[in-house]
Design a protein around this ligand. Structure first.
Ligand code: PEP
Ligand code: MG
Length: 871
């Protein structure tokens, strides 16, 4: 028989996986001899078993719960469900990692119609007894039976109004008795049965509710955003009640040992006299700052501070504590390492190192790599955000907070931005010609597209907040409005986007600028000391490259050359090239393009100051580049000296049923070798000239995309070598250059030993590799992945977090096979996963040389790489 239930005194802080964070810390505090109301914890394994049994708690577990309950009764000298001396308990959830999306607490469990009367008599405080019972009915109905709180709050408000009082503390015992009668009748009406009177039934229902809450939609979303596996389960802690609502010598509160927003040292928190549980945060009465407790109850305050300090020293981290005072007696209900903003995390880590409490290695391990996003992008002012109304939710494609007026075209966004407005660009999907509007916008919202769609990739590069794939939006571009969350938003109305959570808010929510200070540099320097992986960036312009260097990039792992033609004066030129029907026309179009490209390559090489730069040859998926709007078609017709009809016909001929698997990547260079040849000339000339001008030793790295066959790579490579050698001769240069490929087609991974014969380096293009391994389009997957999360088929978006099980195997195989052919094969990753901490850890384990990610994610990758090395 397994052990499914532990008394607090049987556990300790190391048993977090089994007892959850709350259970493990309650056990630890018990061992430390602190004033903790005693109890027991039902393990996370019991939760997993509940699901394995088809959502049932098996007999054995129930038996152990009742045994633990009997021991608790003995300890407390009270009896559960007893009519003379009833034991009351609280029931709370507690997973390994704290998860705010889960179940709320249930307090006062064990009360019923009979015991409440005994309780009233015994305490000599009927008001308190009835208040406890009405709270219990409300919490049980809401949390266990999922009966909306609003029914109960409505009754409470009605009676307060009838009695002419403002606060529930002003209600008399008689008023509360009336409330109980009404609460119970609502329960009966809605549930079709009486409110359960048997305490053991109440308890088992509450435990089941905690287990069920592990899989509620909020919890699933939270897990996906925080990389928490679905098979961890949650524990349940059952704890003897202490009461903060017995009168004016009682109260309840929450406190942090340091300020969770800024990290500043010193106690920070609030409490409320004569209150229970959620009252402190519910905002009905205004809580008092914790320092006031020193005046109100000096002895309690002194003891509180001693314990708070003891806990921080014990855990060597900032603590978030809940406490209750019952008739001037202090109890701690929980402690945990407090959640904190990114600036606070850095401040606290640096302070703890300076105070000699932790080492720099521990400091590195403690900071959540993903949270560094907050430091580099604007954030919402916390108070303002709390008041915001959420309209909807979609993919958090590029982090940061943005608020502005809605515009539906890039032109309108640009125009209103130039007029001094803050704008949000809302599009069905973005395409390259939107680039200026995207630049002008504070934030971008798209109806279609996944985490690697055009909008997502470009916005991340620019550091602009973006939410993509919001299929719930009903957009009417002609009428310039959209509908979401029951609201109609018209052009010029304000909305706010949180690109870090994917939430879309109504109205203009105040944001504040990002700030990076000395703490950031200190932590980054520590991280750099320990990491093994190099960190490069994906950058396509000199400005992005320079920004990435500031953020610590050690090279460019991916320069997408087709992205260099997004500017409005350039896009017609690349379109002209794509639509050319003869070699002559194509060479003419290319001649208009390549000089720009050479200039940009020079700019990038200069910005990178001799650091390595991988330049990826053209890979324009045609659906992103072929014009669709009438005015773009007209402009192109003029430029190509063709009729609109002819251009339309050419576009139609280029139409592909599946452009992501279409005529792109090296397939273009196989069909039209002149493209690769002219790009080679631009790369080589730029590198030689910058080396000559600046005294660098740049060795150009030319990367051929979308290769699936050695001969295909060899074919393109031959063109590259032919031109590269010619340029070297023309310049009298002996510059060294490298030719490699992306591994982004499963066949390339399978045949990596052959491909490595022609490639000096591999860069894993995990956007396409994921798309092709799963067989679903990176642009369309957003539409159906939600159903997969809800059905627990997938836990996370494989375009954000690398699928180590499947795609990971291909990478591992390609590394092994590639290195067998070429032991010094240089290896990196440049798909979007290069900036995701869990994926970075995987890359470290596989022994890649570097990861490459968008500039703003470089610090995240640096920290994640150090954390991986220190695991
Ligand atoms: C990839 O496929 O992972 C990649 C980096 O290339 P792109 O996103 O440009 O297709
Ligand atoms: Mg690709």
């Amino acid at each position: 028989m397994g052990k499914w239930v532990y008394l607090f005194k049987e556990g300790n802080a190391d048993m977090r996986n089994l007892l959850g964070g709350k259970g493990a810390n309650l056990a630890e505090m018990t061992n430390l001899g602190l004033p903790i109301p005693q109890g027991f914890t039902v393990t996370t394994e019991a939760c997993i078993d509940y699901y394995d049994q088809g959502k049932m708690i098996k007999e054995e577990i129930q038996m152990q719960i009742f045994e633990a309950l009997a021991k608790l009764e003995e300890q407390q000298g009270k009896k559960f469900g007893d009519n003379d001396n009833p034991l009351l308990v609280s029931v709370r959830s507690g997973a390994r990692a704290s998860m705010p999306g889960m179940m709320d607490t249930i307090l006062n469990l064990g009360l019923n119609d009979v015991s409440v009367e005994v309780f009233a008599k015994k305490t000599g405080n009927p008001r308190f007894a009835y208040d406890s019972y009405r709270r219990f009915i409300q919490m049980f109905s809401d949390v266990v039976m999922e009966l909306s709180k609003t029914f109960f709050e409505g009754i409470l408000d009605e009676i307060k109004e009838k009695k002419g009082v403002q606060y529930d503390t002003d209600l008399t015992a008689e008023d509360l008795r009336e409330i109980i009668v009404r609460y119970k009748s609502v329960y009966k009406e809605k549930m079709g049965e009486e409110f359960p009177q048997e305490p053991k039934v109440q308890l088992m229902e509450a435990v089941k509710a905690v287990f069920r809450s592990w899989d509620n939609p909020r919890a699933i979303v939270y897990r996906r955003m925080n990389d928490i596996p679905g098979d961890w389960g949650t524990a349940v802690s059952v704890q003897a009640m202490v009461f903060g609502n017995t009168g004016n010598k009682s109260g309840t509160g929450v406190a942090f040992t340091r300020n969770p927003s800024t990290g500043e040292k010193g106690i920070y928190g609030e409490y409320l006299i004569n209150a229970q549980g959620e009252d402190v945060v519910a905002g009905i009465r205004t809580p008092l700052p914790i320092k006031r407790l020193e005046e109100d109850m000096p002895n309690v305050f002194k003891q509180f501070m001693e314990i708070a300090n003891k806990l921080e020293n014990h855990y060597r981290d900032m603590q978030d504590m809940e406490f209750t005072i019952e008739d001037e007696k202090l109890f701690f209900l929980q402690t945990r390492n407090g959640k904190r903003t990114a600036p606070a995390a850095l401040q606290i880590a640096c302070d703890l190192v300076d105070e000699g409490k932790i080492t720099p290695i521990e400091a590195i391990k403690r900071i959540e790599a993903k949270s560094l996003d907050q430091l580099l992008h604007p954030m919402f002012v916390v108070k303002a955000l709390q008041e915001g109304k959420v309209l909807g939710h979609a993919l958090p494609a590029s982090p940061g907070a943005a608020a502005g007026k809605v515009y539906f075209t890039a032109e309108a966004a640009k125009e209103h931005h130039n007029a001094g407005e803050r704008v949000i660009l809302v599009r069905l999907e973005t395409s390259p010609e939107d680039i200026e509007g995207m630049h002008a916008a504070e934030g971008i919202l798209t109806v279609r597209g996944g985490m690697t769609s055009h909008a997502a990739v470009v916005a991340r590069g620019m550091g602009t907040a973006c939410i993509s794939g919001c299929g719930e939006i009903k957009i009417d571009e002609a009428a310039k409005l959209f509908e979401l969350g029951g609201e109609i938003i018209s052009e010029g109305d304000y909305i706010s986007l949180d690109g870090s959570t994917g939430k879309i808010y109504l109205g203009d929510i105040q944001t504040e600028e990002a700030q990076i200070g000395g703490n950031f540099e200190r932590i980054m320097a520590w991280a750099d000391e320990y990491r093994k992986l190099k960190v490069r960036t994906n950058a396509d312009t000199p400005a992005d490259a320079a920004n990435a260097v500031k953020l610590g990039a050690e090279g460019i792992g991916l320069c997408r050359t087709e992205h260099m033609f997004f500017e409005p004066d350039r896009i017609p030129k690349i379109r002209q090239m794509i639509l050319s029907t003869t070699e002559e026309e194509r060479i003419k179009a290319l001649s208009g393009l390549i000089p720009y490209q050479k200039q940009d390559f020079k700019g990038i090489y200069e910005a990178m100051e001799g650091r390595p730069v991988t330049i990826r040859f053209l890979d324009p998926p045609l659906h992103e580049f072929v014009p669709t709007e009438e005015k773009d078609i007209e402009e192109l017709a003029k430029r190509m000296e063709l009729t609109v009809k002819q251009v339309k016909k050419a576009c139609d001929e280029l139409h592909e049923f599946n452009p992501m698997m279409g005529h792109r990547g090296c397939r273009l260079a196989v069909t039209y070798p002149e493209i690769a040849k002219m790009q080679t000339r631009a790369v080589m000339e730029a590198a030689i000239e910058v080396n000559n001008e600046r005294g660098f030793h740049i060795e150009p790295e030319i990367m051929i995309p979308l290769v699936g066959e050695k001969k295909e790579l060899k074919f393109v490579k031959d063109s590259v070598i032919e031109v590269a050698e010619k340029v070297k001769k023309e310049y009298g240069s002996n510059i060294i250059y490298h030719i490699g490929t992306m591994i982004e087609i499963p066949r390339a991974a399978l045949l990596a030993n052959e491909i490595a014969e022609e490639a000096e380096f591999f860069s894993f293009g995990t956007n396409d590799l994921t798309q092709m391994t799963f067989g679903f389009s990176r642009d369309d997957a957003g539409k159906f992945l939600d159903a997969y999360y809800k059905s627990k088929i997938y836990e996370s978006d494989p375009f954000s977090k690398l699928d180590q099980n499947g795609v990971g195997q291909l990478i591992e195989m390609a590394i092994k096979k590639g290195r067998a052919t070429r032991p010094d094969l240089h290896l990196g990753i440049c798909g979007e996963h290069g900036g995701d901490p869990a994926s970075v850890e995987f890359c470290h384990k596989l022994g890649l040389d570097y990861v490459s990610c968008s500039p703003f994610r470089v610090p995240i990758a640096r920290l994640a790489a150090a954390q991986a090395a220190l695991k």
